[in-house]
Design a protein around this ligand. Sequence first.
Ligand SMILES: [Zn+2]
Length: 397
Amino acid sequence: MNDEDVGGSDFTRMAILDLLGRDGPASRATIARDLDLSPATVSQVTRRLIHQGVVEPLYFAPSEGGRPGQLLGLVADAGHAVGVKLAADHLILVDVRLDGHVLDTTTENFDALAADAIPRLLASLGAFVGTNATRLLGVGVCVPGVVEHPDVGDVDAEVLGWSRMPLGRELRQAIGVPVLIENDVKALAVAERLYGRGRSRRSFVVVTVGRGVGFACVNNGVLERGSHGGAGEVGHVVVSNNGPQCACGQRGCLEAYIGSDGLVAAAREAGLLKAGQGLDRLTGLADRGDPGARQVFARAGQRLAYGIAPVIAALDPEVLLVAGEGTASWPHWDTAFRSSLTRRLPGWMRGTPVEVDPWDESSWARGAAAIVLATPFDRNGLAGQQRLQVLARLHGD
Ligand SMILES: [Zn+2]
């Protein structure tokens, strides 16, 4: 980095925030070395960030020879964000601090198909944000659909019955804070990158199972979005031309086979479930050792592995993180998934670790908050026009 940036030091400030947000506390010497800045520049910019209440001096860490270096870190309550998981029939709202700590959470009924869906969402959001607007950096909303530009926030989501829904614009106008909208699995990957097991990894993929099949990839620390925000939509790759109908309108998508509706349909066909019985019942049967139910999940594990193996081979991630509400039945997918993935990957890639996240329904909403909280540390411009406003709020400008 060139020290001349310091004149209009936004870039330097952001680079330092990016380093502290991504890697955790660091000494001034480490910051100078990692960002190729002079010690004088680092002192000057960090003094300003400390004065603004964004960065704070922490403990002294031992160094190799010489005096111990004092570490600088982000002030955890310098900012917070509200995250919303928007599903067809409910909303989950969370308030999350800059360090990932969840301050508050609530779940509400919602009807995405109702004519007044947006006003009702605004009412819920307004009540939740309420009096806690101090140091609010923005609102993130994640949706089970495709979002081309998070800072614009038009949503295409069959499951919500939305086509080019201008959700971002409507929310921004109504609540007057930065708003970012993102696909739910991509938001989850951003949360993993900031606070989860992705923090210590440069490249990883997140696979979710549940109502749908989700996939997201962080490569060299950056979330892959693709040219239209659709990167990772492997759930809607057609695996059989005459397969079952998918919610997206195609036939034979991977998701049509192993999304929750597909599993229930397969179980009914096998005579394992009666009308009105669903996935919980099927999972219960498998838990009690029913061979037919176990077979349904094992086949799903195999299909999932076959579906994603070419993508894993293309990306060569450090780790594959499995998440989503469907992980409640993952023990019944696991063996077939791992063995099938191993069979389909190039030999030297077969050691790629597979880790299963302990699932909690608020994880989606925490991901939505993370897309706002990641913004100050994001030098890749994923937050577009909203980034400067989030930064201004963080700096108290
Ligand atoms: Zn589909």
